[in-house]
Design a protein around this ligand. Structure first.
Ligand SMILES: [Zn+2]
Length: 282
């Protein structure tokens, strides 16, 4: 038995080999904390965590990174003070800064903050949780959290704090894996974004909408037309078939992406993308 991380109701429904609980009211899957590995230094988010992507593949998919950055910039357009929650190595904060924003970053990992300090004004960086950073109420025009929410143990506290530090009508932008997507259903625990034990809660559009509305956000908009991680559809299909994905195979499979990327775009148009973007207003 566990309490739902959003509505706090009891649930004893288990999924994914018993490692996750499921709340049908919120459509939320959340990890059984007693089964999670004990956190060590940086809780697994050391410098190696930020080097998990392959440099060659990152470079090849750079076009998607550029599209993703442009999309985020269009959402936070006109926002002066912008916080990158879970800033990691600081690539997003650096990029926002380059486009005229006063960028701030917060991350629980010391290794991440050390990497980000080479890119962003170190006085704008905080090491710790969003709550422990203690930013001033109403300080930010916008906050972005790209692939962060799925790592958060207490999403209600997280979203409540994110709302507190935004000015009235400030913007929150989240990007998260979409557990309701076809690729997630197909691959199950082998889904590219399953990423246990780093991802400890999995959301559908309904779950994240409920979370944000519970915490007082309004105008919650879900977008499936996100540009990042298009390549995961192919990987999720192969994973579902039990094919291991070493680096050399990912590189060898690049020509196949020509087929899978349009399919991923079609799924996004049909409202079934492997990751979703969520934009809400305070
Ligand atoms: Zn619930």
């Amino acid at each position: 038995m566990a309490h739902c991380l959003i509505c706090n109701s009891h649930t004893d429904r288990r999924r994914f080999g018993g490692r996750f609980f499921y709340c049908p009211d919120c459509d939320l899957h959340f990890a059984d904390r007693s089964a999670l590995p004990a956190p060590g230094d940086d809780a697994g988010y050391g410098a190696d965590y930020y080097k998990r992507g392959s440099c060659l593949l990152d470079w090849m998919f750079r076009v998607f990174t550029v599209l993703e950055q442009r999309r985020i910039l269009s959402v936070v357009k006109g926002c002066h003070r912008v916080l990158d929650i879970g800033c990691g190595s600081g690539w997003m904060a650096e990029w926002l800064q380059r486009h005229g924003a006063e960028a701030y970053g917060v991350d629980t990992s010391k290794a991440a903050i050390a990497l980000a300090a080479g890119k962003v004004d170190p006085s704008h960086l905080r090491c710790g949780t969003l709550a422990s950073a203690k930013f001033e109420t109403g300080f930010f025009d916008a906050a972005v959290a790209v692939h962060v929410l799925e790592h958060v143990e207490d999403p209600v506290a997280f979203a409540t704090e994110a709302r507190r530090i935004l000015r009235e009508d400030g913007v929150l932008l989240l990007r998260i894996p979409n557990l309701a997507s076809w690729e997630a259903k197909l691959a199950g625990e082998r889904w590219y974004h399953f990423d246990y034990p780093f991802h400890i809660a999995h959301y559908s559009p309904r779950a994240v909408t409920r979370l944000l509305q519970t915490c007082g956000f309004r105008n919650v908009q879900i977008s499936h037309a996100v540009t990042e991680y298009r390549q995961t559809l192919l990987y999720s299909v192969l994973s579902a078939l039990g094919v291991p994905l070493p680096f050399w195979l990912k590189v060898s499979l690049l020509p196949l992406q020509v087929v899978f990327m349009p399919l991923a775009c079609l799924l996004a148009l049909l409202g079934n993308s492997g990751t979703i973007e969520v934009v809400a207003r305070k």
